[in-house]
Design a protein around this ligand. Structure first.
Ligand SMILES: [Zn+2]
Length: 156
């Protein structure tokens, strides 16, 4: 697996991402790419894509993550589930938070896209829904925050 980073992330964050991926079987993962697109594109926020294996092209999973955030903290709001109101109606369940650093933004989107890879390759349970991918992103984010908070001075 190739972790390719075009963003100025602190080394602790890079190590964290490397360790998160290493917990799983990453032989089928071609690459995990992180791009800081701030100031390069009109698009704002975080986005990414997990491409599934192509037998024809002999390629495994390919994950790209992009961040374009000029100012931190950056408020975010993502759907993390649905709630049934009655027999026919339901509503989204949202989680509001904020990305305080570039590292937090990348950890969240990397977790989100990694969910698609891990679920599709049946390494974790669940359903391959956006809401579940969002939850997985938050799980990585919380882990990263705990780690970053316990090692002050090395966090940007
Ligand atoms: Zn997704």
């Amino acid at each position: 697996m190739h972790l390719q980073i075009k963003a100025s992330l602190c080394s602790q964050c890079v190590a964290f991402l490397r360790q998160k991926v290493a917990q799983f079987d990453a032989r089928n993962l071609e690459y995990l790419r992180l791009y800081d697109r701030t100031g390069v594109t009109a698009r704002k926020g975080v986005w990414g894509r997990c491409r599934y294996p192509s037998r024809k092209k002999k390629l495994g999973y390919r994950i790209r993550c992009c961040v374009s955030i000029a100012q931190f903290p950056n408020p975010v709001k993502w759907a993390v589930g649905t709630r049934r109101l009655d027999a026919r109606r339901w509503e989204w369940v949202w989680r509001e938070d904020q990305f305080r650093t570039l590292e937090e933004a990348f950890v969240w989107i990397a977790g989100h896209e990694a969910f698609h890879w891990l679920r599709h390759s049946r390494q974790i349970p669940g359903r391959n829904y956006e809401t579940q991918a969002n939850r997985f992103g938050f799980a990585w984010l919380e882990e990263w925050r705990t780690l970053a908070a316990t090692s002050e001075g090395r966090v940007k």
